[in-house]
Design a protein around this ligand. Structure first.
Ligand SMILES: *Cc1c(COP(=O)(O)O)cnc(C)c1O
Length: 448
Protein backbone atom coordinates (compact mmCIF):
# COMPACT_ATOMS: atom_id res chain seq x y z
CA UNK A 1 0.00 0.00 0.00
CA UNK A 2 2.75 2.45 0.90
CA UNK A 3 5.94 2.68 -1.02
CA UNK A 4 9.12 3.77 0.81
CA UNK A 5 9.96 5.88 -2.24
CA UNK A 6 7.03 8.14 -1.46
CA UNK A 7 8.38 8.89 2.02
CA UNK A 8 11.82 9.68 0.63
CA UNK A 9 10.29 11.99 -1.96
CA UNK A 10 8.32 13.78 0.74
CA UNK A 11 11.38 14.17 2.95
CA UNK A 12 13.43 15.56 0.06
CA UNK A 13 10.68 17.99 -0.88
CA UNK A 14 10.40 19.16 2.74
CA UNK A 15 14.16 19.71 2.92
CA UNK A 16 13.94 21.86 -0.21
CA UNK A 17 11.03 23.77 1.28
CA UNK A 18 12.99 24.42 4.49
CA UNK A 19 15.80 26.02 2.46
CA UNK A 20 13.44 28.90 1.68
CA UNK A 21 13.11 29.74 5.38
CA UNK A 22 16.68 29.06 6.52
CA UNK A 23 17.38 32.72 7.38
CA UNK A 24 14.93 32.65 10.28
CA UNK A 25 16.13 31.94 13.83
CA UNK A 26 15.86 28.23 14.77
CA UNK A 27 12.75 27.07 16.55
CA UNK A 28 11.05 23.73 16.85
CA UNK A 29 7.63 22.52 17.88
CA UNK A 30 7.69 20.24 20.91
CA UNK A 31 5.40 17.25 21.01
CA UNK A 32 5.30 13.93 22.79
CA UNK A 33 6.30 11.52 20.02
CA UNK A 34 5.43 8.47 22.11
CA UNK A 35 1.87 9.65 22.76
CA UNK A 36 1.46 10.64 19.13
CA UNK A 37 2.65 7.20 18.02
CA UNK A 38 0.11 5.49 20.28
CA UNK A 39 -2.79 7.54 18.98
CA UNK A 40 -1.68 7.02 15.40
CA UNK A 41 -1.69 3.23 15.87
CA UNK A 42 -5.21 3.52 17.20
CA UNK A 43 -6.25 5.70 14.26
CA UNK A 44 -4.72 3.32 11.73
CA UNK A 45 -6.62 0.46 13.33
CA UNK A 46 -9.88 2.37 13.17
CA UNK A 47 -9.20 3.13 9.53
CA UNK A 48 -9.41 -0.62 8.81
CA UNK A 49 -13.14 -0.01 8.80
CA UNK A 50 -13.02 1.37 5.26
CA UNK A 51 -13.38 -0.45 1.98
CA UNK A 52 -10.07 -0.75 0.07
CA UNK A 53 -10.93 2.12 -2.27
CA UNK A 54 -7.48 2.20 -3.82
CA UNK A 55 -7.61 -1.45 -4.95
CA UNK A 56 -8.89 -2.61 -8.37
CA UNK A 57 -11.27 -5.00 -6.58
CA UNK A 58 -13.03 -1.92 -5.34
CA UNK A 59 -15.29 -1.53 -8.38
CA UNK A 60 -18.17 0.36 -6.83
CA UNK A 61 -18.62 4.07 -6.20
CA UNK A 62 -16.65 7.00 -7.62
CA UNK A 63 -13.52 6.53 -5.58
CA UNK A 64 -10.04 6.74 -6.95
CA UNK A 65 -6.71 7.05 -5.17
CA UNK A 66 -4.84 10.33 -5.56
CA UNK A 67 -1.69 10.16 -7.63
CA UNK A 68 1.43 9.85 -5.41
CA UNK A 69 2.58 13.30 -6.56
CA UNK A 70 -0.71 14.81 -5.34
CA UNK A 71 -0.41 13.09 -1.96
CA UNK A 72 3.21 14.17 -1.53
CA UNK A 73 2.73 17.77 -2.70
CA UNK A 74 -0.36 18.12 -0.50
CA UNK A 75 1.45 16.73 2.55
CA UNK A 76 4.52 18.87 1.90
CA UNK A 77 2.50 22.05 1.71
CA UNK A 78 0.95 21.35 5.13
CA UNK A 79 4.19 22.40 6.79
CA UNK A 80 3.42 25.93 5.54
CA UNK A 81 -0.38 25.40 5.51
CA UNK A 82 -1.28 28.22 3.12
CA UNK A 83 -4.81 29.60 2.95
CA UNK A 84 -5.93 30.56 -0.54
CA UNK A 85 -8.60 32.89 0.77
CA UNK A 86 -6.29 35.83 0.29
CA UNK A 87 -2.79 36.57 -0.93
CA UNK A 88 -1.74 37.33 2.66
CA UNK A 89 -2.46 33.68 3.42
CA UNK A 90 -0.99 31.98 0.40
CA UNK A 91 0.91 33.87 -2.25
CA UNK A 92 2.62 30.96 -3.97
CA UNK A 93 -0.35 28.61 -3.72
CA UNK A 94 -2.73 31.30 -5.03
CA UNK A 95 -0.52 31.76 -8.08
CA UNK A 96 -0.54 27.98 -8.57
CA UNK A 97 -4.32 27.91 -8.26
CA UNK A 98 -4.70 30.54 -10.97
CA UNK A 99 -2.37 28.59 -13.26
CA UNK A 100 -4.31 25.38 -12.66
CA UNK A 101 -7.58 27.11 -13.44
CA UNK A 102 -6.18 28.48 -16.70
CA UNK A 103 -5.08 24.98 -17.72
CA UNK A 104 -8.49 23.54 -16.88
CA UNK A 105 -10.13 26.34 -18.86
CA UNK A 106 -7.88 25.64 -21.85
CA UNK A 107 -8.96 22.02 -21.77
CA UNK A 108 -12.50 23.26 -22.46
CA UNK A 109 -11.39 25.77 -25.09
CA UNK A 110 -11.41 28.90 -22.89
CA UNK A 111 -8.37 31.19 -22.77
CA UNK A 112 -9.29 33.50 -19.93
CA UNK A 113 -12.10 32.13 -17.78
CA UNK A 114 -12.88 33.36 -14.31
CA UNK A 115 -12.67 30.52 -11.86
CA UNK A 116 -11.24 28.98 -8.75
CA UNK A 117 -11.00 25.76 -6.81
CA UNK A 118 -13.71 24.81 -4.33
CA UNK A 119 -14.25 22.23 -1.63
CA UNK A 120 -15.93 20.03 -4.25
CA UNK A 121 -18.52 19.79 -6.97
CA UNK A 122 -21.36 20.79 -4.69
CA UNK A 123 -19.84 24.16 -3.77
CA UNK A 124 -18.79 24.71 -7.38
CA UNK A 125 -22.34 24.01 -8.63
CA UNK A 126 -23.71 26.27 -5.89
CA UNK A 127 -21.64 29.15 -7.24
CA UNK A 128 -22.69 28.42 -10.82
CA UNK A 129 -26.39 28.41 -9.94
CA UNK A 130 -25.99 31.41 -7.66
CA UNK A 131 -24.53 33.39 -10.58
CA UNK A 132 -27.27 31.98 -12.84
CA UNK A 133 -29.89 33.22 -10.38
CA UNK A 134 -28.29 36.66 -10.15
CA UNK A 135 -28.37 36.99 -13.94
CA UNK A 136 -31.88 35.54 -14.35
CA UNK A 137 -33.58 36.44 -11.06
CA UNK A 138 -36.46 34.13 -10.09
CA UNK A 139 -36.15 32.05 -13.24
CA UNK A 140 -36.29 28.27 -13.24
CA UNK A 141 -33.33 25.89 -13.15
CA UNK A 142 -33.81 22.60 -14.98
CA UNK A 143 -31.63 19.50 -15.03
CA UNK A 144 -32.20 15.92 -16.14
CA UNK A 145 -33.76 13.29 -13.89
CA UNK A 146 -30.34 11.62 -13.84
CA UNK A 147 -28.53 14.84 -12.88
CA UNK A 148 -26.93 15.01 -9.47
CA UNK A 149 -29.52 15.55 -6.71
CA UNK A 150 -27.45 18.54 -5.60
CA UNK A 151 -29.09 20.74 -8.28
CA UNK A 152 -32.61 20.58 -6.88
CA UNK A 153 -31.29 21.06 -3.36
CA UNK A 154 -29.05 23.99 -4.32
CA UNK A 155 -31.98 25.60 -6.18
CA UNK A 156 -33.96 25.25 -2.97
CA UNK A 157 -31.17 26.91 -0.98
CA UNK A 158 -31.06 29.75 -3.50
CA UNK A 159 -34.85 30.11 -3.55
CA UNK A 160 -35.02 29.34 -7.28
CA UNK A 161 -37.69 27.11 -8.82
CA UNK A 162 -36.38 23.78 -10.13
CA UNK A 163 -37.77 21.15 -12.49
CA UNK A 164 -36.36 17.79 -13.52
CA UNK A 165 -36.30 16.93 -17.23
CA UNK A 166 -37.11 13.37 -18.33
CA UNK A 167 -34.35 11.19 -19.75
CA UNK A 168 -34.26 8.90 -22.76
CA UNK A 169 -33.54 5.19 -22.45
CA UNK A 170 -29.81 5.77 -22.35
CA UNK A 171 -30.07 8.07 -19.32
CA UNK A 172 -29.47 11.35 -21.17
CA UNK A 173 -31.66 14.44 -21.12
CA UNK A 174 -34.69 14.08 -23.39
CA UNK A 175 -34.56 17.16 -25.63
CA UNK A 176 -38.25 16.91 -26.57
CA UNK A 177 -39.21 16.94 -22.89
CA UNK A 178 -36.98 19.98 -22.42
CA UNK A 179 -38.71 21.78 -25.32
CA UNK A 180 -42.06 21.31 -23.62
CA UNK A 181 -40.69 22.99 -20.49
CA UNK A 182 -38.98 25.76 -22.48
CA UNK A 183 -42.30 26.72 -24.06
CA UNK A 184 -43.55 27.73 -20.60
CA UNK A 185 -40.99 30.48 -20.80
CA UNK A 186 -39.68 30.79 -17.25
CA UNK A 187 -36.46 28.80 -17.63
CA UNK A 188 -33.30 30.78 -16.88
CA UNK A 189 -30.74 28.00 -16.85
CA UNK A 190 -30.44 24.50 -18.25
CA UNK A 191 -27.94 22.28 -16.46
CA UNK A 192 -26.27 19.89 -18.90
CA UNK A 193 -24.74 16.97 -17.08
CA UNK A 194 -21.57 15.90 -18.82
CA UNK A 195 -21.27 12.44 -17.36
CA UNK A 196 -24.09 11.78 -14.91
CA UNK A 197 -23.20 10.20 -11.62
CA UNK A 198 -25.46 7.18 -11.86
CA UNK A 199 -24.98 6.01 -15.42
CA UNK A 200 -22.19 8.10 -16.93
CA UNK A 201 -24.58 9.50 -19.57
CA UNK A 202 -23.61 12.72 -21.33
CA UNK A 203 -26.49 15.10 -22.09
CA UNK A 204 -26.81 16.02 -25.82
CA UNK A 205 -25.11 19.38 -25.47
CA UNK A 206 -25.04 20.31 -29.17
CA UNK A 207 -28.85 20.04 -29.28
CA UNK A 208 -29.20 22.15 -26.14
CA UNK A 209 -26.97 24.83 -27.63
CA UNK A 210 -29.05 24.81 -30.83
CA UNK A 211 -32.17 25.57 -28.74
CA UNK A 212 -30.57 28.80 -27.52
CA UNK A 213 -31.38 30.40 -30.88
CA UNK A 214 -35.08 29.96 -30.06
CA UNK A 215 -35.13 30.42 -26.30
CA UNK A 216 -33.14 32.67 -23.98
CA UNK A 217 -31.44 30.57 -21.32
CA UNK A 218 -27.99 29.98 -19.86
CA UNK A 219 -26.28 26.62 -20.01
CA UNK A 220 -24.35 25.38 -17.03
CA UNK A 221 -22.34 22.20 -17.64
CA UNK A 222 -22.01 19.97 -14.61
CA UNK A 223 -18.91 18.06 -15.68
CA UNK A 224 -17.94 17.28 -12.08
CA UNK A 225 -17.52 13.64 -12.95
CA UNK A 226 -16.92 13.56 -16.68
CA UNK A 227 -15.04 16.80 -17.35
CA UNK A 228 -11.68 15.25 -18.09
CA UNK A 229 -12.98 12.78 -20.68
CA UNK A 230 -12.71 15.37 -23.44
CA UNK A 231 -9.02 14.40 -23.47
CA UNK A 232 -9.80 10.76 -24.22
CA UNK A 233 -9.10 9.39 -27.68
CA UNK A 234 -11.86 6.82 -27.93
CA UNK A 235 -15.17 8.54 -27.20
CA UNK A 236 -18.28 7.70 -29.18
CA UNK A 237 -18.96 10.26 -31.94
CA UNK A 238 -22.02 11.81 -30.25
CA UNK A 239 -20.18 12.01 -26.93
CA UNK A 240 -17.21 13.60 -28.69
CA UNK A 241 -19.51 16.23 -30.18
CA UNK A 242 -20.82 17.16 -26.71
CA UNK A 243 -17.28 17.63 -25.38
CA UNK A 244 -16.24 19.61 -28.44
CA UNK A 245 -19.06 22.08 -27.86
CA UNK A 246 -18.34 22.72 -24.18
CA UNK A 247 -16.65 26.03 -25.03
CA UNK A 248 -20.11 27.42 -25.90
CA UNK A 249 -21.61 27.02 -22.40
CA UNK A 250 -21.63 29.74 -19.72
CA UNK A 251 -20.14 27.88 -16.79
CA UNK A 252 -18.50 24.53 -16.14
CA UNK A 253 -17.91 22.54 -12.97
CA UNK A 254 -15.19 19.90 -12.85
CA UNK A 255 -14.01 17.88 -9.86
CA UNK A 256 -10.27 17.22 -9.80
CA UNK A 257 -11.01 15.01 -6.80
CA UNK A 258 -13.04 12.67 -9.02
CA UNK A 259 -11.01 11.87 -12.15
CA UNK A 260 -8.19 14.38 -11.65
CA UNK A 261 -6.11 12.23 -9.27
CA UNK A 262 -6.59 14.61 -6.31
CA UNK A 263 -7.41 14.02 -2.65
CA UNK A 264 -10.90 15.10 -1.56
CA UNK A 265 -11.52 18.78 -1.19
CA UNK A 266 -10.82 19.78 -4.79
CA UNK A 267 -13.62 20.95 -7.07
CA UNK A 268 -13.50 23.78 -9.61
CA UNK A 269 -15.91 26.34 -11.04
CA UNK A 270 -15.19 28.13 -14.32
CA UNK A 271 -17.14 30.98 -15.92
CA UNK A 272 -16.66 31.85 -19.58
CA UNK A 273 -17.39 35.54 -18.99
CA UNK A 274 -14.96 36.92 -16.37
CA UNK A 275 -17.21 39.93 -15.75
CA UNK A 276 -19.45 37.77 -13.52
CA UNK A 277 -16.66 38.36 -10.97
CA UNK A 278 -18.33 41.65 -10.02
CA UNK A 279 -21.32 39.73 -8.61
CA UNK A 280 -19.05 38.48 -5.84
CA UNK A 281 -18.30 41.99 -4.65
CA UNK A 282 -18.20 42.37 -0.90
CA UNK A 283 -16.55 44.67 1.59
CA UNK A 284 -14.37 42.54 3.81
CA UNK A 285 -12.40 44.83 6.11
CA UNK A 286 -10.17 41.99 7.28
CA UNK A 287 -8.23 40.78 4.33
CA UNK A 288 -6.75 41.91 1.04
CA UNK A 289 -4.27 44.52 2.14
CA UNK A 290 -1.20 43.08 0.55
CA UNK A 291 -2.14 43.44 -3.09
CA UNK A 292 -4.15 45.60 -5.43
CA UNK A 293 -4.61 42.66 -7.77
CA UNK A 294 -8.00 40.90 -7.86
CA UNK A 295 -7.44 37.67 -6.01
CA UNK A 296 -9.22 34.44 -5.35
CA UNK A 297 -10.90 35.44 -2.10
CA UNK A 298 -12.76 38.12 -4.03
CA UNK A 299 -14.31 35.70 -6.49
CA UNK A 300 -15.23 32.83 -4.19
CA UNK A 301 -18.16 32.22 -1.85
CA UNK A 302 -15.97 30.12 0.42
CA UNK A 303 -13.48 32.14 2.46
CA UNK A 304 -10.66 30.01 3.88
CA UNK A 305 -9.63 27.36 1.38
CA UNK A 306 -6.73 24.89 1.48
CA UNK A 307 -3.74 26.15 -0.47
CA UNK A 308 -2.61 22.52 -0.26
CA UNK A 309 -5.29 21.56 -2.81
CA UNK A 310 -3.88 24.02 -5.32
CA UNK A 311 -0.31 22.85 -4.67
CA UNK A 312 -1.28 19.21 -5.18
CA UNK A 313 -3.24 19.97 -8.35
CA UNK A 314 -0.49 22.13 -9.78
CA UNK A 315 2.11 19.41 -9.19
CA UNK A 316 -0.15 16.83 -10.81
CA UNK A 317 -0.88 18.96 -13.87
CA UNK A 318 2.84 19.70 -14.18
CA UNK A 319 3.67 16.00 -14.19
CA UNK A 320 0.67 14.96 -16.25
CA UNK A 321 -0.37 17.86 -18.50
CA UNK A 322 -4.00 18.05 -19.58
CA UNK A 323 -3.37 17.22 -23.22
CA UNK A 324 -4.82 14.73 -25.64
CA UNK A 325 -2.45 11.82 -26.37
CA UNK A 326 -0.61 12.38 -23.06
CA UNK A 327 -0.16 9.92 -20.19
CA UNK A 328 -3.14 11.33 -18.34
CA UNK A 329 -5.38 10.94 -21.38
CA UNK A 330 -4.14 7.37 -21.77
CA UNK A 331 -5.41 6.56 -18.27
CA UNK A 332 -8.87 7.83 -19.25
CA UNK A 333 -8.77 5.69 -22.40
CA UNK A 334 -7.98 2.64 -20.26
CA UNK A 335 -11.01 3.38 -18.10
CA UNK A 336 -13.26 3.67 -21.16
CA UNK A 337 -11.86 0.39 -22.54
CA UNK A 338 -12.40 -1.32 -19.21
CA UNK A 339 -16.04 -0.25 -19.08
CA UNK A 340 -16.77 -1.41 -22.64
CA UNK A 341 -15.00 -4.67 -22.08
CA UNK A 342 -16.86 -5.28 -18.83
CA UNK A 343 -20.17 -4.51 -20.54
CA UNK A 344 -19.34 -7.00 -23.28
CA UNK A 345 -18.41 -9.72 -20.81
CA UNK A 346 -21.65 -9.21 -18.92
CA UNK A 347 -23.62 -9.48 -22.15
CA UNK A 348 -22.31 -12.98 -22.47
CA UNK A 349 -23.41 -13.88 -18.96
CA UNK A 350 -26.53 -15.82 -18.04
CA UNK A 351 -26.71 -14.18 -14.61
CA UNK A 352 -26.42 -10.51 -15.54
CA UNK A 353 -28.16 -8.09 -17.87
CA UNK A 354 -25.99 -5.05 -18.61
CA UNK A 355 -27.99 -1.90 -19.34
CA UNK A 356 -26.95 0.82 -21.80
CA UNK A 357 -23.55 0.75 -23.50
CA UNK A 358 -21.28 2.74 -21.20
CA UNK A 359 -20.72 6.23 -22.57
CA UNK A 360 -17.94 6.86 -20.06
CA UNK A 361 -16.54 4.37 -17.54
CA UNK A 362 -19.65 3.51 -15.51
CA UNK A 363 -21.36 0.17 -16.06
CA UNK A 364 -24.83 -0.58 -14.68
CA UNK A 365 -26.20 -4.12 -14.72
CA UNK A 366 -29.29 -5.90 -13.49
CA UNK A 367 -29.24 -9.39 -12.10
CA UNK A 368 -31.33 -11.78 -14.17
CA UNK A 369 -34.64 -12.75 -12.56
CA UNK A 370 -38.21 -13.49 -13.69
CA UNK A 371 -39.66 -10.36 -12.07
CA UNK A 372 -38.47 -6.94 -11.01
CA UNK A 373 -38.78 -7.48 -7.27
CA UNK A 374 -36.67 -10.62 -7.27
CA UNK A 375 -34.14 -8.91 -9.57
CA UNK A 376 -33.67 -6.30 -6.83
CA UNK A 377 -33.34 -8.97 -4.15
CA UNK A 378 -30.79 -10.86 -6.21
CA UNK A 379 -28.81 -7.65 -6.84
CA UNK A 380 -28.62 -6.98 -3.11
CA UNK A 381 -27.56 -10.56 -2.47
CA UNK A 382 -24.81 -10.40 -5.09
CA UNK A 383 -23.66 -7.06 -3.67
CA UNK A 384 -23.33 -8.51 -0.16
CA UNK A 385 -21.87 -11.79 -1.34
CA UNK A 386 -19.25 -10.07 -3.49
CA UNK A 387 -18.17 -7.86 -0.57
CA UNK A 388 -17.57 -11.05 1.44
CA UNK A 389 -15.18 -12.05 -1.32
CA UNK A 390 -13.41 -8.69 -1.42
CA UNK A 391 -15.13 -7.46 -4.54
CA UNK A 392 -16.82 -4.16 -3.78
CA UNK A 393 -19.68 -2.93 -5.96
CA UNK A 394 -22.26 -0.16 -5.77
CA UNK A 395 -26.03 -0.28 -6.21
CA UNK A 396 -28.39 2.04 -8.04
CA UNK A 397 -32.16 2.27 -7.87
CA UNK A 398 -33.61 2.79 -11.36
CA UNK A 399 -37.14 3.26 -12.72
CA UNK A 400 -38.40 -0.10 -13.91
CA UNK A 401 -39.17 1.25 -17.42
CA UNK A 402 -35.53 2.13 -17.92
CA UNK A 403 -34.36 -1.37 -16.99
CA UNK A 404 -37.12 -3.04 -19.03
CA UNK A 405 -35.61 -1.72 -22.25
CA UNK A 406 -32.64 -3.96 -21.65
CA UNK A 407 -34.50 -6.83 -19.97
CA UNK A 408 -37.75 -6.88 -21.96
CA UNK A 409 -38.91 -10.23 -20.60
CA UNK A 410 -38.97 -9.16 -16.98
CA UNK A 411 -42.33 -9.20 -15.16
CA UNK A 412 -43.03 -5.89 -13.44
CA UNK A 413 -44.08 -6.00 -9.79
CA UNK A 414 -42.26 -2.92 -8.44
CA UNK A 415 -41.71 0.68 -9.50
CA UNK A 416 -37.94 0.59 -9.34
CA UNK A 417 -35.27 -2.04 -9.70
CA UNK A 418 -32.07 -2.24 -7.71
CA UNK A 419 -29.20 -2.71 -10.14
CA UNK A 420 -25.49 -3.13 -9.64
CA UNK A 421 -23.13 -0.35 -10.64
CA UNK A 422 -19.38 -0.34 -11.16
CA UNK A 423 -17.40 2.83 -11.72
CA UNK A 424 -14.25 1.58 -13.42
CA UNK A 425 -12.22 4.72 -12.84
CA UNK A 426 -8.88 3.11 -12.13
CA UNK A 427 -6.86 2.35 -15.25
CA UNK A 428 -5.80 -0.89 -13.50
CA UNK A 429 -9.37 -2.16 -13.74
CA UNK A 430 -8.69 -3.17 -17.33
CA UNK A 431 -6.30 -5.89 -16.22
CA UNK A 432 -8.59 -7.15 -13.45
CA UNK A 433 -11.82 -7.69 -15.38
CA UNK A 434 -11.48 -11.46 -15.78
CA UNK A 435 -11.10 -11.83 -12.05
CA UNK A 436 -13.93 -9.38 -11.30
CA UNK A 437 -16.34 -11.19 -13.64
CA UNK A 438 -15.30 -14.56 -12.24
CA UNK A 439 -16.13 -13.47 -8.68
CA UNK A 440 -19.41 -11.94 -9.87
CA UNK A 441 -20.49 -15.16 -11.60
CA UNK A 442 -19.63 -17.24 -8.55
CA UNK A 443 -21.60 -14.89 -6.31
CA UNK A 444 -24.60 -14.91 -8.64
CA UNK A 445 -24.56 -18.68 -8.85
CA UNK A 446 -24.91 -18.62 -5.08
CA UNK A 447 -22.09 -21.04 -4.37
CA UNK A 448 -19.03 -18.89 -4.03
C1 LIG B 1 -19.88 14.18 -7.64
C2 LIG B 1 -20.80 15.02 -8.41
C3 LIG B 1 -21.34 16.19 -7.88
C4 LIG B 1 -21.11 16.61 -6.45
O1 LIG B 1 -19.77 16.92 -6.25
P1 LIG B 1 -19.02 16.72 -4.84
O2 LIG B 1 -17.61 16.87 -5.22
O3 LIG B 1 -19.38 15.34 -4.35
O4 LIG B 1 -19.51 17.77 -3.92
C5 LIG B 1 -22.13 16.98 -8.70
N1 LIG B 1 -22.41 16.60 -9.96
C6 LIG B 1 -21.93 15.46 -10.49
C7 LIG B 1 -22.26 15.10 -11.91
C8 LIG B 1 -21.10 14.62 -9.74
O5 LIG B 1 -20.65 13.47 -10.27
Amino acid sequence: MIDATELTLLKNALDKLAEGYSELPEFSTEFDAGAVADVLQEVATRMHDNFPYYHPQYAGQMLKPPHPIARIAYAMSLWVNPNNHALDGGRASSAMEKECVIELGKMFGWDAPLGHLTGGGTMANLEALWVAGRLHPGKRIVASEQSHYTHSRISDVLGLPFSPVAVTGDGRMDVDALKVLLRDGDIGTVVATIGNTGLGGVDPLTELIALQSEYDFRIHADAAYGGYFGLAGNLRADTRAAYDSLAAVDSIVIDPHKHGLQPYGCGCILFKDPSVGQLYKHGSPYTYFSSAELHLGEISLECSRPGASAVALWATQRLLPLVRDGDFAAMLDDCLHAARHFHEKLRGSRNFVPLMEPELDIVVYAVDAPDSRSASERARAVFANAAEHDLHLAMIELPVQLVQRYAPGIKVNSETITCLRSVLMKPEHLGWLDRIVEILERCAAGNP
